[in-house]
Each structure stands twice: as structure tokens, then as C-alpha cells.
Design a protein around this ligand. Structure first.
Ligand code: HEM
Length: 483
């Protein structure tokens, strides 16, 4: 690759022209995944960017991501933490683990509860939390966003710590939610300059503009306290013989029992990182059902025909409910809760004749992949029936894209699919979701706006949610009594 006369290495992938020092000036620092998607029109599905000091490689196509990240999975396993996440110590845990030995141990812990067979242990919890969710919707439909949040919270805390969430004002959930919000802010690339200019972190705290360092310190303390409290809860339950099976209790009984930090922070990230993805997806579901009553009716017809009104749907009905399946696929395609993730090669690499230096931030742009005009007809339209009439391949099927590529794909995929499918099918079986009216009887259309950052969800909106029939109410009330 090198010769005395020529360059030391092949060129970087082409990309937009960069200015000296600042690099590429993007039109906006908001919703970077959209800007990055738009550049593909000119530079193709894989191109380079330089922003301030950071070299980036953008992957806007699932097949390109598969070639690079699955093809060289150990080289592209590292996930660089956003600088603010690192300063706040929230890179402790599996999500940003860079040491291959510790990463393998963390993933082993996750597999103890998240592999399809192991997950069956938590089926009753999932059903019980889902029934409670339906009951809450029936009882206080105007608080639907709160109920949506509680569903994945209850399931993931049972799974990570065997913790039974209290219905109202749970102190541990309150503490965890603070960290969830901190994490969402810390991972928003537009929120902190230090993300792009890491050198700022080295300046003394007393200088103007250094508030982010004090913020990072308090976030670090909150994250550590949360992880320790969860871990101690399980240790004390084990000591008193009352521990329920969970990632933490199983880990403490395994050969990894002495890896306190790995167990503690991996279990915490099951909640903090992942609670948001399911919450965001369920919020989008309610929004989409309001905006697309035709889709809602068709999904309800399918449930009525296949399940009837003797019972509510269960996860095992999934193969018999192809329209609900298509609806979930389209939801993840149209409203991906996580627009992009990053990776960084552990060593210099040459790919398709181009040079990718060690540490380049590789942006895996899911949003671009799932809105690619060359792969989806009218990609901005929410149309579940597109999945009834076509066979999805691995590069277009949202389930095969949105959970990532290579060695670090989402270990929570099976849980996410069963939680989301069950919640969506049962909600549609029991409720009508409509645009609400104000006191004068005018329709209050939702703005449909989304948040910005590393995880995206619809900004708060109102919704009119009513039980479809007396029979639906009865089924919900019975399901909670039986539990
Ligand atoms: C709609 C729901 C979800 C989506 C869209 C989602 C998506 C993702 C994505 C894209 C990644 C990064 C993959 C990559 O770098 O290639 C990831 C990682 C991860 N997910 Fe999920 N996820 C969801 C739900 C869950 C759930 C329910 C859990 C656990 C209970 C979970 C646990 C994790 C963990 C621990 C990682 C880090 C893995 C690692 O870095 O090795 N996820 N997820």
C-alpha cells in the first residue's frame, strides 16, 4: 500500500468538500441523520465526512453496512461513546464496551436471559405487564403516554433485577428515568460542543462554558448510584432467599459472579438504554393509528376474524396475523426509534480500495436505509400493506435492519418483538384510537413532530382512546383478575 513516491495509503471514500480546520459545514446540526441521508444523492450509499476533528464514514445502505460490519465483524465491533456519555461515565456497561474480553462477558450475561429459549422464563411477566397496561388504558386513557412508559419499564426491570415495579410513584423507576433522560441528552450529538471538540474536556472546570463538566459529574453520580442500588437490591434478596430469576441473580450464580462492575452496569443498561426504544415505538404506534384510521380498521378486522371475541390475542398468534405483522414492520421502518448508531474500526482498514483509518466514526444510518427511495416505493408514507405484497429480503426487511449488524446486534430483539407485537395486537383488539376533540368539539390534530437526538420519539400528544365494546372491557378486567 505504500511506496516512496506515492501516498502511504489509498484515498478516503469520496465525500462533500471539506474546509480547512472546520471540515464539512453541515446545513444544520439538528437531525443529522436526515442531512447524512440527503448527501447520498450526490455521493452514493457510502461516503466520508470530516466534522471539526472527527473523521466519519457514513453508511446509508443496509447492504453496504452488511459488507463492512458483518464482513469484518471483530474489526468493526468497537462502538465509540459520544464524548458526553464518556465524561458522565455512562460508557460503563455493554453498550460502549471496547475491551473484547469484557464485551464477550457482557454479551454472555445478556444471553442468559435474552435468547429465545431463556426469554420464555419471562413470558408470564410479559403477559401480566401487558394486561396491566391494557387495564391502565381502560382506567385512565388520557394518561396513555405514562402507561406506555411503564410497560417496558416493568418488563425490563423484572428481567434485569427481578424487580417488581410499583404501580404508582415507584422510587427506583423515578431514579432510573432520570438516568434514561440523562443518557438521551448525553448521546445527542447536537447537544454538546464537546462531542465534536473533545479537547474542551481537558480545560479547567472554572472556565466559562465548562458547565457541561459539572453536569457530566452529576450524571456520573446518578448513574453509579442507580447501578449500585439495583445490584444491592438483588444481593439482599438472594441473602434473604426472595430473589426472583433475573440477569443479575443468574449472573451472581454463574462463573461470572465476581465481575461486579460488568454485571452491575450491563444490567443497568438493559433498562436505561432499551426502555426508550420500546417506549418510543409504542408512542409512534398510537400516533400512526390516529393518523391512519383505515390501517387501524383493517388491523382490527383481521383480529376479529382470526381471534374473535372470546379472548385477547397472544404472542403465539403472530403467524396467523399477517397484517399486524406488517403493521409492526412498517412502524419500525417509518418511525425507527433509533435513527443511527456508530462504530469505529479497531485498526486501519482498506475497503473496496478506499482507506478507513483506525478510529473513524462509522455512522450506521438506519433512518436512511429504511427510507431509501431505491428500495421502498414512497418511503415517507406509512403503508403496512407494502409488506403483504412483497417478499422482504435481508436488506429491506425492517426487522433485519433496525436491530443492527455484526457482532453487536441488538441482543434484545426477541424481547422487543414479543413485547411490541403483544402490546399492539391486544391494544387494537380492545381499543379504538382516534384524534381527540377540544371543548368546542373541534378535532385536535397531532403535530406529528419528533424529538431530536440519539433516540427519537413523538413529542407529547393527546389521543382519544376508548374500549371497542363492553366485551373488550370484560376481557381486560378478567385478565387482570386472573393474574
Ligand atoms: C424497538 C426496540 C429496539 C430496537 C429498535 C433496538 C435496536 C438496537 C440497536 C440498533 C442496537 C445497536 C446495534 C448495532 O450496533 O449494530 C442495539 C443494541 C443493544 N440493545 Fe437493542 N433495541 C431494541 C430493544 C432492546 C431491548 C428490549 C433490549 C433489552 C432488554 C435491548 C438491548 C440492547 C443491548 C444491551 C444493546 C447493546 C449491545 C452491544 O453493544 O453489544 N434492546 N439495540
Amino acid at each position: 500500500l505504500s511506496s516512496k513516491a506515492g501516498p502511504k495509503h489509498p484515498p478516503l471514500f469520496p465525500g462533500p468538500k471539506a474546509l480547512p480546520l472546520v471540515g464539512n459545514v453541515l446545513p444544520s446540526s439538528k437531525r443529522l441523520w436526515l442531512t447524512m441521508a440527503a448527501y447520498s444523492e450526490q455521493f452514493g450509499p457510502i461516503y466520508s465526512l470530516r466534522i471539526l476533528g472527527s473523521s466519519m464514514l457514513v453508511l446509508n445502505s443496509a447492504s453496504e453496512a452488511r459488507d463492512l460490519i458483518e464482513g469484518k465483524s471483530s474489526l468493526y465491533a468497537p462502538r465509540p461513546p459520544p464524548k458526553m456519555v464518556e465524561l458522565a461515565g455512562m460508557d460503563r456497561g455493554v453498550l460502549f464496551e471496547s475491551n473484547p474480553v469484557r464485551m464477550r462477558k457482557s454479551r454472555k450475561l445478556l444471553h442468559m436471559v435474552l435468547q429465545p429459549r431463556e426469554l420464555r422464563l419471562f413470558d408470564p411477566t410479559l403477559v401480566e405487564k401487558n394486561n396491566r397496561f391494557l387495564h391502565n388504558l381502560l382506567h385512565s386513557p388520557h394518561k396513555f403516554l405514562e402507561h406506555i412508559r411503564k410497560l417496558p419499564a416493568g418488563v425490563t426491570l423484572a428481567l434485569s433485577h427481578g424487580y417488581e415495579v410499583q404501580e404508582e410513584d415507584d422510587p427506583y423507576v423515578a431514579m432510573a428515568d432520570v438516568t434514561v433522560q440523562n443518557f438521551a441528552k448525553a448521546s445527542d450529538p447536537a447537544a454538546f460542543l464537546v462531542h465534536w471538540l473533545p479537547i474542551l474536556a481537558k480545560l479547567p472546570t472554572f472556565l466559562p462554558g465548562m458547565q457541561f463538566k459539572r453536569l457530566a459529574l452529576s450524571w456520573r453520580q446518578q448513574y453509579t448510584a442507580l447501578a449500585e442500588r439495583g445490584h444491592e437490591h438483588v444481593e439482599s434478596n438472594i441473602a434473604s432467599g426472595t430473589a426472583r430469576p433475573s440477569l443479575t441473580s443468574l449472573a451472581l450464580a454463574s462463573e461470572l459472579k465476581d465481575e461486579r462492575d460488568i454485571i452491575m452496569f450491563t444490567a443497568t443498561q438493559v433498562y436505561t438504554g432499551e426502555q426508550l426504544y420500546c417506549t418510543a415505538t409504542l408512542s409512534s404506534f398510537f400516533l400512526m393509528m390516529m393518523k391512519h384510521p383505515d390501517v387501524q380498521r383493517r388491523a382490527q378486522q383481521e383480529i376479529d376474524q382470526v381471534i374473535g371475541d372470546e379472548r385477547l390475542p397472544v404472542y403465539g398468534d403472530r403467524p396467523q396475523l399477517p397484517y399486524i405483522e406488517s403493521l409492526l414492520k412498517e412502524l419500525l421502518r417509518c418511525c425507527p426509534p433509533i435513527p443511527a448508531v456508530t462504530r469505529a474500526p479497531a485498526q486501519d482498514d482498506v475497503h473496496k480500495g478506499y482507506y478507513i483509518p483506525k478510529g473513524t466514526v462509522v455512522v450506521v444510518n438506519f433512518w436512511a436505509m429504511l427510507h431509501d427511495k431505491t428500495r421502498y416505493d414512497e418511503p415517507d408514507q406509512f403503508r403496512p400493506d407494502r409488506w403483504l405484497s412483497r417478499d422482504a429480503d435481508v436488506n429491506t426487511d425492517p426487522f433485519e435492519v433496525i436491530f443492527g449488524f455484526g457482532r453487536r446486534t441488538c441482543p434484545g430483539r426477541h424481547l422487543a418483538e414479543s413485547l411490541l407485537f403483544t402490546a399492539i395486537a391486544t391494544t387494537l383488539a380492545a381499543f379504538d384510537i382516534a384524534v381527540p376533540r377540544d371543548e368546542q368539539g373541534n378535532l385536535v390534530e397531532p403535530t406529528g413532530e419528533y424529538s431530536d437526538g440519539g433516540i427519537i420519539w413523538p413529542l407529547p400528544f393527546k389521543c382519544d382512546i376508548r374500549a371497542r365494546s363492553e366485551r373488550a372491557k370484560e376481557l381486560i378486567l378478567n385478565s387482570v383478575v386472573q393474574a
